[in-house]
Design a protein around this ligand. Structure first.
Ligand code: FAD
Length: 402
């Protein structure tokens, strides 16, 4: 392999370039990104950058020192896999190996597109547009009580805005967590002085107001829509690459796609999890940090031609964190198939955890203000450890000893 081209200069794309050099790849690396900004980290966009406590969140990576040819402000328009060529506004770019790392794009609210004062929160530009909105202490309606909605509501309350959050489901974080663990989170909104309307669907977004089904009209100087994201893979239409029903590039266990010499990693790619016996599409930072190593090992391994299947298998324990309403919330694993739930600590208190077990084996952990539970739990999940549910229910017993 002489030339690797990476499309998408977010966490996964940048880490792929870094990992290739770490793995000893000496060929050319091109990194092509649609956004004009120096590549940056997204989590601070709903936290420090939004509140103005940090100006930006650019990665501390010296692309020149790594001999990475960084091309910003260029959106790849098409992939011609037969010719090993990527089309960009600056002309065709040939590759020996292509890595797709185009991330995800926020889902828009039907009927709200183009209405003045309606925002999304995905990019640095979005965050910079929202900063003055917070500074003016506007009345804000947030649509969606997911991770982004909760973090945005936190920042907006901190900035002194009046905040109402409209959620169609009967509870916050409906897509991520089961009802029995989100009940205390409902109270976090009220404690922070944000109004949470559950079971509430948006009927219309007008200039200056959001109307909820049933007729209630919420005044809104600004509206922030946080109803999820989908893989940014529309540009791949016509390339012949296999996409899943969720729009993800369906990678294999080594993050190779259905096209020869094309890998996919990060928010845009799903992969088969041997650990969980299903295909996973993970939209979290840690996945965009870890996946690139597998890609780099695969590319370098295929090059050295060592016998058998090249590279390593990607089968992580998914992990993410969120900072909301003054709490540090962390989750590791996948609770879908669990048959038992164990609580550690009082969910009305400042710190508590929830463990999910399957046949006595720990499969997932949610930790609120208990980072040690998360760290220990994550390791136990990785090795498939059995734990004693009764001992684990005592928050004074370290999880690793349960
Ligand atoms: P992205 O970061 O989306 O990067 C993809 C890049 O590709 C983008 O810059 C895009 O412009 C570019 N691109 C797209 N299409 C093209 C094209 N055709 N040509 C060229 N370039 C293209 N995760 C956590 O675990 N914890 C958190 O607290 C957390 N907070 C978050 C807060 C916010 C506001 C957001 C938006 C996300 C947060 N996440 C968090 C999720 C985490 O940031 C993502 O999982 C991570 O950024 C994924 O990295 P990625 O490189 O796959 O995709």
């Amino acid at each position: 392999v002489r030339r690797v081209v990476v499309v998408g200069a977010g966490m996964a794309g940048v880490q792929t370039a870094v990992a290739l050099r770490e793995q000893g790849f000496t060929g050319a690396i091109g990194l092509i990104g649609a956004e004009p900004h120096q590549p940056y980290d997204r989590p601070p966009l709903s936290k420090a950058v939004l509140l103005g406590n940090a100006e930006h969140s650019a990665f501390d990576v010296d692309f020149d020192a790594l001999s990475v040819d960084l091309r910003l402000g260029r959106e790849a328009g098409a992939l011609r896999a037969g010719e090993h060529t990527l089309d960009t506004p600056a002309g065709p770019v040939p590759y020996d190996v292509l890595v797709i790392a185009t991330g995800a794009e926020p889902i828009t609210l039907p009927g709200a597109e183009g209405v003045p004062g309606v925002h999304l929160l995905r990019t640095l530009d979005d965050a910079q547009r929202l900063r003055p909105v917070l500074a003016r202490r506007h009345r804000i309606v947030v649509v969606g009580a997911g991770w982004i909605g909760a973090e945005f509501a936190t920042a907006a309350r901190e900035a002194g805005c009046e905040v109402a959050v409209v959620e169609a489901a009967d509870r916050p974080l409906p897509g991520a967590l089961p009802a029995e663990v989100t009940a205390p989170m409902t109270r976090w909104y009220a404690e922070a002085g944000a109004e949470l309307l559950t079971g509430a669907r948006v009927a219309a977004v007008e200039r200056g107001a959001v109307v909820v089904e049933g007729g209630r009209r919420l005044p809104a100087d600004a509206v922030v829509v946080g109803i999820g994201a989908r893989p940014a893979t529309r540009w791949l239409a016509g390339s012949g690459i296999e996409l899943g029903p969720d729009g993800s590039v369906t990678a294999d266990e080594r993050l190779r796609t259905s096209l020869p010499d094309v890998y996919a990693v990060g928010d845009c790619a799903s992969f088969p999890s041997g650990r969980y016996g299903r295909r996973l599409l993970v939209h979290h930072w840690d996945n965009a940090l870890q996946g690139p190593r597998t890609v780099a090992v695969g590319i370098v391994g295929a090059d050295t031609g060592e016998g058998g299947e090249p590279g390593e298998i990607y089968d992580p324990v998914p992990y993410f964190w969120s900072e909301q309403f003054g709490r540090f919330v962390q989750y590791a694993g996948h609770h879908g198939d669990a048959d038992a739930l164990v609580r550690r600590g009082d969910p009305d208190g400042p710190s508590w955890s929830v463990l999910w077990l399957l046949d006595g084996v720990l499969v997932a952990v949610l930790a609120v203000g208990r980072p040690r539970d998360l760290a220990q739990g994550r390791r136990l999940i990785e090795v498939g450890a059995r734990i004693d549910a009764e001992r684990a229910a005592d928050p004074a017993v370290p999880l690793k000893d349960a």
